[in-house]
Design a binder for this molecule. Structure first.
Ligand SMILES: [Zn+2]
Ligand SMILES: [Zn+2]
Length: 478
């Protein structure tokens, strides 16, 4: 190491200590050149009800002073505030993978519609509008996997494959200085899963795994192991059909989850587990748009051959004008609809219709936050009165849930990923509820070899050099 005191370091802090509103702010300082480079990794919407107001809050840094933005993947809790960042003055490059870049226009435009409706209710201006999205899109630079890109004089970025969702990445940021013999190597896992049903995930290259690294690691499900997952979806649908349930509604997230479910239903059709009499529908504009992108860009997204055609036989899209007639139609049907937690999108119309039917099944397929319709229905007993959109209904339909489609690594898989890196200087857990982060940090302490393990929150700043942690400082960031 050079004789002078910390000639090169990076300060790392997070905007939000929990799961949504993902935004990691980094300030690189080259003490000899007296230069600094500032960037953020992701800039997402706060989605927890309790933190929604934070979306409108100004950033605790000057957006115009950022040198670049990195996006790990196309989920709103990682990209939803990027157009706001641009509206507030950021006007340089936004780097992401080619795969992720395919989905951003639809995702952001759809968000402007939601923001507009919310703003109208509050008699306010929306967080951002279509023009902001258009300008933001002009700043997006699509990058290939494994190809290093120079993003600043002394900073190079490489995206690696990640099974979380199509286009998702693990990002390596390499920071160098002519006055320091060693580089700083930061690894941002983004939301992480080791595999994906649509594509094979290339292993991380050996050269990367042998570097001295500081890893910023997600921990959404750091409190459960993969053995706690129960694969019940297929049996639940099979049983419902056997019991004569002819109104099946499956709320699902628009991006990646919906497409995986379509494939699952196709598979069940192929194995004669769904009778031909059942019509399969897809409802939700964004779900339909993302499905089209999956189909038209399968090759660009690196899909396996068998995943190029993943649609169930006879699938029909539902459009607004015909929705009511289809809901009332008594013929057997399975409807995949947005949104996943039941509180937004056409699910809000399908659920009240089916909940009062004995021949109905509402099958949730992902995490449901407290206060959402999905969570309320799941907790209510059969025959209980439930309040949906202000109306009291009797719950007669079955309401089921499975955690098998989760696209996040569990505790054991997080440890497995970390242990692939042979020279861990520092591991910082982020993107998890506080108790979960504490738990995974303890497990990591016993199961991985790292010089330091910490928890990234908005109350502490981590100063990191080529050899890992230099020091921490308390700060109140957001
Ligand atoms: Zn995600
Ligand atoms: Zn996330």
């Amino acid at each position: 190491m050079s004789g002078s005191k910390n000639p090169l370091y990076v300060d790392i802090m997070a905007l939000h200590p929990e799961v949504t509103g993902s935004c990691i702010f980094c300030v690189v300082k080259d003490a000899i050149l007296k230069k600094s480079v500032k960037f953020v990794v992701d800039c997402g919407l706060f989605q927890e009800l309790a933190h929604e107001d934070l979306n409108e809050k100004e950033f605790p840094f000057k957006p115009e002073n950022l040198d670049f933005v990195l996006i790990t993947h196309n989920h709103l809790d990682h990209i939803g505030r990027v157009p706001f960042l641009v509206k507030q003055g950021f006007n340089k490059n936004i780097y992401t993978t080619t795969g992720t870049s395919l989905f951003l226009r639809k995702a952001w435009n759809n968000t402007t519609e939601i923001l507009e409706r919310k703003a109208k209710l509050k008699n306010q201006k929306p967080l951002y509008e279509k023009d902001d999205v258009l300008y933001t899109l002009s700043k997006v630079k699509a990058c290939e996997f494994c190809k290093p890109i120079k993003v600043a004089d002394n900073v190079e970025v490489t995206f690696y494959m990640n099974g979380h969702v199509p286009g998702a990445s693990i990002v390596h940021v390499r920071i160098s200085s002519c006055f320091s013999e060693e580089d700083i190597n930061l690894i941002f896992t983004g939301d992480y899963k080791k595999d994906n049903i649509f594509f094979d995930v290339d292993p991380l290259p050996k050269e990367l795994l042998n570097l001295p690294v500081s890893i910023i690691c997600e921990s959404t499900y750091g409190d459960m192991t993969s053995s706690e997952i129960s694969y019940t979806f297929e049996d639940n649908i099979k049983n419902a059909i056997r019991e004569g349930k002819t109104n099946i509604v499956i709320p699902a997230f628009s991006f990646a989850r919906t497409q995986e479910l379509l494939y699952k239903l196709k598979n069940m059709q192929d194995n004669n587990l769904i009778p031909k009499t059942y019509q399969i529908y897809l409802d939700g504009k964004l779900s339909q748009s993302f499905t089209t992108i999956f189909l038209t860009h399968a090759e660009m997204l690196g899909f396996k051959n068998e995943m190029i055609d993943f649609l169930p036989k006879g699938l029909k899209n539902i459009y607004k004008e015909e929705r009511f007639a289809i809901m009332k139609d008594e013929r057997p049907k399975i409807i995949i609809t947005s949104a996943g937690m039941g509180s937004y999108g056409p699910a809000q119309m399908h659920i009240p219709e089916v909940i009062t039917r004995k021949n109905g099944l509402i099958h949730f397929t992902g995490y449901m936050a407290e206060g959402t319709l999905g969570r309320d229905l799941q907790e209510a007993k059969q025959g209980d009165m439930v309040k949906i959109g202000g109306i009291i209904k009797k719950k007669l339909a079955d309401v089921l849930y499975t955690n098998e489609f989760s696209s996040h690594a569990k505790q054991d898989e997080i440890i497995e990923l970390l242990n692939k890196f042979n020279c861990k200087k520092l591991v910082l857990f982020n993107h998890g509820e506080s108790a979960t982060k504490e738990q995974i940090a303890k497990v990591a302490f016993e199961n991985i070899k790292a010089k330091n393990i910490g928890i990234l929150g908005n109350d502490v700043l981590f100063r990191v050099g080529p050899y890992g942690l230099i020091k921490t400082m308390t700060t109140k960031f957001c």
